[in-house]
Design a protein around this ligand. Structure first.
Ligand code: C2E
Ligand code: MG
Ligand code: MG
Ligand code: MG
Length: 285
């Protein structure tokens, strides 16, 4: 951490440090009991196709409601879960819960959609990852084609051979794979080709600023072109306005996810949305 802060000496010797560390430890202790005490739940954010306007899937996102502290953001507790190893138990709960939910939607006769689950690097590098995914699909009865795993670009900094092998094995069991927050890491493009992924998710920081800063637009367009040339699908995250939507549609992005269509919502709300057949209003069509 100190290295990342570079020459910002003030940060390094901040008197807050002790407090911050204590806060982290407190959160970790509470996070340990969060599963058993049923403080965790999932919300689901739709992904929509920019040609048909239809919902094609959703991303399951974890929420933690602590009885005293209220909502704790995943941006705050996921890193703690990763560092402490708690991510394994939490990730197991997330995958199982999302798969059960997907199965329940199928059983309720809703149009089939793909559920995406975030997998952190530490989880991905577990020896039994593939067996764990297969076991969970089996136990919950969700057909593999309805599960997508969102991997992070930082996997590219790991053992490439191993990541290639694991992604191949995951493809063999039939799940879909995407690379989340694409563009923020330091992807070596040649490795990207050897990973067996289906989709690139353009990071929301580029999408948010693409209409005001040409550098961001350039990155968005480059990622769309890259994805298509590798025969991947491409989805933009953090789409908040009609203008974002229009721009992405005009430039052949395949799908969008963001507040413009819907925030992440509770499972029952998502089911109603899916049932209603509500489509994205595609500008200019
Ligand atoms: P992510 O996987 O990139 O998820 C997208 C984040 O963007 C979500 O934040 C979502 O609520 C937010 N978002 C979606 N549309 C918009 C928009 O239009 N505008 C803005 N400003 N934000 C939007 P969230 O739910 O707070 O999650 C943050 C991150 O925490 C996720 O980023 C993911 O990296 C991690 N995370 C969440 N759930 C899980 C989980 O179950 N397991 C793991 N390992 N990580 C998770
Ligand atoms: Mg994600
Ligand atoms: Mg993302
Ligand atoms: Mg993110």
């Amino acid at each position: 951490k100190a290295k990342e802060l570079g020459n910002n000496a003030f940060q390094l010797f901040s008197p807050d440090m002790g407090q911050q560390t204590q806060h982290r430890v407190d959160l970790e202790i509470r996070l340990r009991s969060a599963i058993a005490e049923e403080q965790l739940y999932l919300v689901y954010q739709p992904k929509v196709n920019l040609t048909s306007g239809e919902i094609t899937g959703c991303e399951a996102l974890i929420r933690w409601k602590h009885p005293e502290f209220g909502m704790v953001s995943p941006m705050q507790f996921i890193p703690i879960a990763e560092d402490s190893g708690l991510i394994i138990a939490i990730g197991d709960w997330v995958l199982r819960t999302a798969c059960l939910q997907g199965r329940a939607w199928i059983d309720a006769g809703l149009p089939p959609i793909c559920i995406a689950v975030n997998i952190s690097v530490r989880q991905f590098l577990q020896q039994d990852l593939v067996a764990w995914v297969a076991r969970t699909l089996q136990a919950t009865g969700l057909p593999p084609e309805y599960l997508e795993l969102e991997l992070t670009e930082s996997l590219i900094a790991q053992d490439i051979e191993r990541v290639t092998q694991t992604t191949l094995q995951l493809k063999e069991i039939g799940v879909k794979l995407s690379i989340d927050d694409f563009g923020t890491g330091y992807s070596s493009l040649s490795y990207l080709r050897s990973f067996h992924v289906d989709t690139l998710k353009i990071d929301q920081s580029f999408v948010r600023n693409m209409l005001t800063e040409t550098e961001n637009a350039t990155i968005v367009l480059a990622v769309i072109a890259l994805a298509h040339s590798l025969k991947f699908k491409v989805i933009a995250e953090g789409v908040e306005t009609e203008q974002h939507c229009k721009y992405l549609q005009m430039h052949d992005c395949d799908e969008i996810q963001g507040y413009y269509f819907s925030k992440p919502i509770a499972a029952t709300e998502f089911a109603s949305l899916l049932q209603s057949g509500q489509k994205l209003n595609i500008p200019g069509s």
